[in-house]
Design a protein around this ligand. Structure first.
Ligand code: XBP
Ligand code: MG
Length: 237
């Protein structure tokens, strides 16, 4: 279908006719941010910091993408703060990431409603699939090997993570890199996201965005999205 015609198609048609579906991970494929939050708090305790991020604090901090950047932003907001070197941040993030993997591997974080069905339907239609996320390859591996099996990566034509690009979301870098790897035009694809930062990132890359509201971003401004759903099970079968 011509890209300009796709731009005005209803969301079901937009999804069906896209050359590729590009998925965000955290909050979109699965409700992972609550586990990230618990993993951060575990790392703080292990490191002897009296920091404990409750859901309200974490919701606000999630406006900063990237776990290392988020910890740095929190540290800079504190009036009285212990010294925290880049090495400290890296060690905290290593502990956090290891604990996040342990939590995910318990199977307590399934894929969100409609995700498995959409992945299967896309494959049947011969559509290409990609991932464009701020998190790390290790976190993607932990989540999707648990949810889709050890051969999960074979389903995706491109997998671009936060450390693969210079600037994290809301910069467009991760989506531009995904388009380059797919060798597709932005208007021929659809990005599936859950946050305002993700919407801005994909939109800056020129990609139409389908939003599925998630736990920490339900009240974000999604007026620039092509469509906003509660979850992917709302797409017609
Ligand atoms: C969400 C993020 C990540 C996660 C934490 O990524 O911003 O930073 O919150 O993971 P997306 P890390 O929604 O783009 O998938 O600690 O590995 O950053
Ligand atoms: Mg997300």
């Amino acid at each position: 279908m011509q890209a300009e015609a796709l731009a005005f198609a209803p969301v079901d048609e937009l999804i069906r006719r896209a050359a590729a579906l590009i998925f965000d991970v955290d909050g979109t494929l699965a409700e992972t941010e609550e586990l990230h939050r618990q993993a951060f708090n575990h790392a703080f305790a292990r490191h002897g910091l009296d920091w404990q991020w409750d859901r309200a604090v974490y919701k606000d901090l999630l406006r900063v993408t990237g776990g290392k950047e988020r910890m740095r932003a929190y540290h800079e907001r504190l009036r009285v703060a212990p010294p925290l070197s880049d090495a400290d941040i890296a060690e905290l993030h290593r502990i956090k990431t290891a604990h996040y993997a342990e939590l995910v591997e318990t199977g307590c974080c399934p894929l969100r409603p409609g995700v498995t069905e959409l992945l299967a339907a896309a494959k049947l239609r011969g559509q290409r699939l990609a991932i464009a996320t701020t998190t790390s390859h290790g976190n993607i591996e932990a989540l999707l090997s648990q949810a889709l099996g050890t051969n999960w990566a074979a389903r995706f034509d491109a997998i671009v993570a936060g450390d693969d690009v210079r600037h994290k979301k809301p910069a467009p870098d991760v989506y531009l890199e995904t388009l380059a790897r797919l060798k597709l035009g932005a208007a021929d694809c659809v990005a599936i996201e859950d946050s305002a930062n993700g919407l801005i990132s994909a939109s800056r890359a020129g990609i139409p965005v389908l939003i599925t509201r998630s736990m920490f971003f339900a009240d974000d401004d999604f007026s620039a999205a092509r469509c906003v759903l509660n979850d992917l099970s709302e797409l017609a079968a």
